[in-house]
Design a protein around this ligand. Structure first.
Ligand SMILES: Nc1ncnc2c1ncn2[C@@H]1O[C@H](COP(=O)(O)OP(=O)(O)OP(=O)(O)O)[C@@H](O)[C@H]1O
Ligand SMILES: [Mg+2]
Length: 311
């Protein structure tokens, strides 16, 4: 469905996307996970033909985005990070407007508006103006706009940022249902749990690069263990960190200085925990709590970069 080949983009001297490549099969749900400024939106904009790239190529259904921009736009539905709706127009009129952009008119367009309002769960609110909607409802109509022309590939850029849990769940369920009906999905987020719920394959981006790519189980097999030790301390110093790094059998240790949180990765955390605590006390640390936590994609990001996704 999609092939992204060696994409590069710079703004001035800053290279914001560095040699990004990945492929997505038809029917897949692909998650693009990464912290603020990783280059997710820029990559997506290049895929959709909204931002020109400096190097590389993008193929949608084996056709070059550069060569066939109009044809490809018909195959893709984009849900932008920023809401792109007219506040003084009704939800219906906004959807009709987006439909018209793709050549949908008359009875066919009206029928599609009804279907889309049903999909996003806002059938009763169609006649209301967008400015009277909650943030979550606006987001749902924003998704609806991208669905009007029944795209084969739906690309969503952080569609759940800053909304209430109810709308968030609704959006996640909607996307899951669309994917189950055969729509290919690219879902961008810095919420690891959303990507884990929705996506069968994941690309993790950081500083303009894809630093890990694969199915969830492939990525989890790269983890240093299925669990890790998390220690909350009152006082954290570089000297104490150096002490802790000397503990035998430790794979990696990372810390969030401000939160006073230490994450310790060892092949067998249950066995290592006693030694780690002893060393921490020797290093002068005052321990508030110790937990053994399950590893997930967030942990992998932490292991690869030493930072959390939401630093
Ligand atoms: N039009 C632009 N001009 C200059 N710099 C830009 C432009 N668009 C993006 N950037 C820079 O490119 C980098 C990547 O931005 P991008 O929006 O792709 O990140 P992102 O992964 O989508 O982040 P977020 O999670 O915050 O949306 C950032 O450093 C950003 O400041
Ligand atoms: Mg973005």
């Amino acid at each position: 469905m999609l092939e992204v080949k060696e994409l590069k983009k710079s703004y001035g001297k800053k290279e914001v996307v560095k040699d990004v490549s990945f492929m997505i099969e038809k029917g897949e749900s692909f998650g693009l996970l990464g912290p603020n400024g990783a280059g997710k939106s820029t990559t997506i904009s290049m895929i959709c033909g909204l931002v020109p790239y400096d190097h590389g190529e993008v193929f949608v259904a084996s056709q070059s985005v550069k060569q066939f921009p109009v044809l490809i736009k018909k195959k893709i539905g984009v849900v932008p990070q920023e809401i792109a709706l007219y506040p003084t127009m009704s939800a219906r009129d906004n959807l009709l407007f987006w439909g018209k952009m793709y050549g949908l008119t008359g009875a066919q367009a009206k029928k599609r508006v009804d279907e889309v309002l049903e999909i996003v769960g806002l059938k009763e609110r169609g006649k209301d103006r967008i400015e009277t909607f909650s943030g979550g409802m606006k987001r749902r109509i924003n998704i609806g706009a991208a669905l009007m022309h029944e795209p084969e590939l739906l690309i969503m850029d952080e569609p759940t940022v800053g909304i209430d849990p109810q709308s968030r769940n609704h959006i996640l369920e909607t996307v899951k249902a669309l994917n189950e009906k055969g729509m290919t999905i690219i879902y961008t987020s810095h919420y690891m749990e959303e990507v884990e719920f929705l996506c069968n394959r994941v690309g993790i981006m950081d500083h303009g690069e894809v630093i890990a790519l694969g199915t969830k189980s492939e990525l989890c097999s790269r983890l240093a263990g299925s669990s890790f030790i998390q220690i909350k301390v009152e006082n954290l110093s570089d000297e104490a960190m150096l002490e802790l790094k000397k503990v035998e059998g430790m794979v990696q240790i990372s810390f969030q200085q401000e939160a006073g949180i230490l994450e310790v990765f060892a092949p067998n955390p249950q066995e290592a925990v006693a030694t780690v605590i002893t060393s921490a006390v020797h290093a002068g640390l005052k321990i508030e709590s110790v937990e053994i936590k399950e590893s997930n994609l967030e942990t992998l990001f932490l292991q690869l970069t030493g930072r959390t996704l939401r630093d």
